[in-house]
Design a protein around this ligand. Structure first.
Ligand code: UT7
Length: 328
């Protein structure tokens, strides 16, 4: 049995942090940020009492409402995040409590920017096995909680947000999630990480003063790997499924840098109308970028039955992957 997306949802904090705002905080400028990354603004969840579970709960509520089902029908909740509210309980359990999905089990998945693709394929396995009928898969991040707003190399890139989908059995075997090719290469771990707060460097005055609780990225190294792997995986999914550029309705790529997205689209031979882009408005929301694109296309009524969608991502780990979905 195949798993299909039957509802989508998104939830973004109201507050906008624009490039102009950043100009007042650090030595940067709007032109550099837009031309090097494609980002104009991002959303920030400023309220210190709200975190990733708040955003993901908003997504779950919207999905339930759109699908018109009670929370009691949900069998499983998977939240892909690298900014959980806390180590435990999981953010997924917090969402489960908030929406009162008392028949669901729930867990978080750590796949960084590829977390949503990892989670989508994981959720689909439970549908395929026939053991679950309704699985919520959400990608959500409060990236602002791990960003050093004095570091111009990273603080211009990231934003907060969440989005997700409901997976259910597809109408037939030719619809839904048709192929998933997921990869990891742990040798990339030295280029994108957050050292502090785990069991290796638990929080101390020293870890705080050394800035170990902030995201670190070697932008150039990650860029090189991302450009290659995103384009390669897109080509791998196309070839593996006998798809030409004409067959593809939308490429839905991770939104880390518009230059990486354009290189991927070029390799696939896709015109810009077929490439989902919202990095200009939200920046890099890590696990939330791909579902945010899906939810926006869905809201705009642009996804039609039989549309072929290619999802691709690349992130810390390294992790990367591609998924081929036929909309139903
Ligand atoms: O989502 C997970 C995966 N992540 C990615 O895929 C991100 C991959 N990396 C990137 O997207 C890019 O490497 C960045 C956007 C992070 C950086 O772009 P870049 O073209 O690689 O710039 P760079 O790091 O080579 O820096 C070029 C110049 C440097 O100045 P010098 O040394 O040439 O004088 C930087 O100091 O730009 C400077 N710079 C800035 N200038 C203004 C770096 N950050 C900024 C800034 N504003 N915010």
């Amino acid at each position: 049995m195949k798993a299909a997306i039957t509802a989508t949802g998104k939830f973004l904090p109201q507050e906008i942090l624009s490039n102009k705002d950043l100009e007042k905080m650090i030595d940067t400028n709007d032109e550099w940020i837009r031309t090097r990354t494609g980002i104009s603004e991002r959303r920030i969840l400023r309220d210190p009492d709200k975190a990733t579970s708040y955003l993901c709960t908003g997504v779950a509520q919207q999905i339930l409402e759109k699908r018109g089902i009670p929370a009691s029908e949900i069998d499983l909740i998977i939240v892909a995040t690298m900014t959980p509210d806390m180590f435990f309980p999981s953010t997924a359990c917090l969402v489960q409590r908030n929406i009162e999905a008392m028949n669901a089990w729930a867990f978080d998945l750590s796949g960084a920017c590829s977390g949503f693709l990892y989670a989508l394929n994981t959720g689909a396995q439970f549908i395929a096995a026939g053991t679950h009928r309704k699985v919520l898969v959400i990608g959500g991040e409060k990236m602002s909680s791990i960003i050093d707003y004095t570091d111009r190399n990273t603080c211009v890139l990231f934003g907060d947000g969440a989005a997700g989908v409901l997976l259910e059995p597809a109408c037939d075997d030719n619809h839904g999630l048709l192929d998933a090719r997921l990869h990891a290469d742990g040798r990339g771990g030295d280029h994108l990480y957050m050292r502090g707060g785990g069991s290796l460097h638990p929080a101390t005055h020293d870890t705080v003063s050394q800035g170990l609780h902030f995201l670190y990225q070697d932008g150039k190294q990650v860029f090189k790997a991302a450009v290659t792997q995103m384009a390669d995986i897109a080509a791998e999914v196309m070839e593996g499924n006998g798809l030409t550029s004409d067959d593809i309705s939308y490429l839905i790529p991770h939104q880390a840098n518009n230059r990486i997205i354009q290189a991927t689209a070029e390799r696939m031979g896709l015109p810009k109308e077929k490439v989902a882009i919202n990095i200009d408005r939200y920046g890099n929301t890590s696990a939330a970028t791909v579902p945010l694109c899906i939810a926006e296309l869905d809201e705009a009524g642009l996804l039609k039955p039989d549309d072929n969608l290619i999802l691709v991502s690349f992130g810390a780990g390294y992790t990367w992957g591609g998924i081929y979905l036929k909309w139903q």
